[in-house]
Design a protein around this ligand. Structure first.
Ligand code: FBP
Length: 263
């Protein structure tokens, strides 16, 4: 069953705001402002993001007021970084509950190559089929990980992950970028018709972030799903504007940088 992703994109490109870090990393990523979910929800609305990525708990407690103001992407699995088991992200929310919360899409992390890959694929099959029954697109975090994955950002590994996402029925792939523009074109090619958006990274300076964003777009990515580099920024809406210049207006890094200082 083919589902539509047009409501999650603008003319084929997209910028999503991720805020699932409280579960994945703990409050260590937060300061006194962005520890408050409302601070980040506000950025998502004012920045007119194509989607806001939340775990169920934050959506239940905070999203009601923001319904219809920004598309909601509910993450259906997640884990802490306290455990050091084989990479496995258990299901934390059902598709049905995501629909009740007003989700416009669901997200799911697939650690391909993990020693427990068969369990992950089985979980993914379940949520992918249920989501498609509701007409909801599935965004797959394709993160190769575990002791059998020698280099999780090599082109070969990333291209395999992209292909796995296509084969398993994801509708959008969220993947790490490795800064190799030429090589990454093969990753994008391997994803076939499935658009690839690149994940962010821990906080870096503006020039490095925007250069990376520009390189991703040159390599054929359709946009980004980013978190820390926006809501940890002293001017989150300025950074949003800068990223939009690159993703939607196809501007260069210098033009994008100017929109941060003008904000
Ligand atoms: P950032 O832009 O802040 O890097 O967020 C992207 C993201 O994929 C989040 O959705 C997720 O919480 C986190 O990174 C997981 O990253 P990792 O598994 O590498 O800790």
């Amino acid at each position: 069953m083919k589902v539509n992703v047009a409501h999650l994109m603008d003319a084929g490109n997209a910028l999503y705001l991720a805020y699932d870090h409280g579960l994945e990393h703990g409050p260590t990523d937060f300061n006194i402002d962005n520890v408050d979910p409302e601070y980040v929800l506000d950025i998502a609305v004012k920045g007119r993001y194509n989607g806001l990525i939340l775990q169920k708990g934050i959506a239940e407690k905070y999203f009601e007021h923001y319904r219809q103001k920004v598309p909601l992407i509910i993450k259906l699995n997640g884990k802490t970084r306290i455990t050091h088991n084989d990479p496995y992200s258990p299901i934390t929310c059902s598709v049905k509950r995501a629909v009740e919360l007003g989700a416009d899409a669901v997200g799911f992390t697939v650690y391909d190559g993990s020693p427990v890959e068969s369990r992950i694929f089985s979980d993914f099959r379940k949520i992918q089929e249920e989501a498609h029954d509701y007409g909801l697109p599935v965004i797959a975090w394709m993160y190769p990980r575990g002791k059998f994955v020698k280099d999780d950002t090599s082109i070969e590994t990333l291209a395999y992950a992209a292909r796995v996402g296509l084969e398993l029925g994801a509708d959008i792939l969220k993947m790490k970028f490795n800064s190799d523009i030429e090589g990454y074109r093969w990753v994008i090619k391997s994803a076939g018709k499935v658009p690839v958006v690149c994940a962010g990274q821990s906080k870096v300076n503006d020039v490095d972030l925007l250069t990376n964003a520009h390189n991703m777009m040159q390599a054929g990515a359709k946009g980004m799903a980013i978190g820390r580099n926006v809501w940890q920024h002293e001017n989150p809406l300025g950074m949003t504007k800068a990223l939009k210049k690159i993703i939607f207006e196809k501007k260069g890094v210098d033009a994008a940088l100017k929109s941060i200082s003008r904000q």
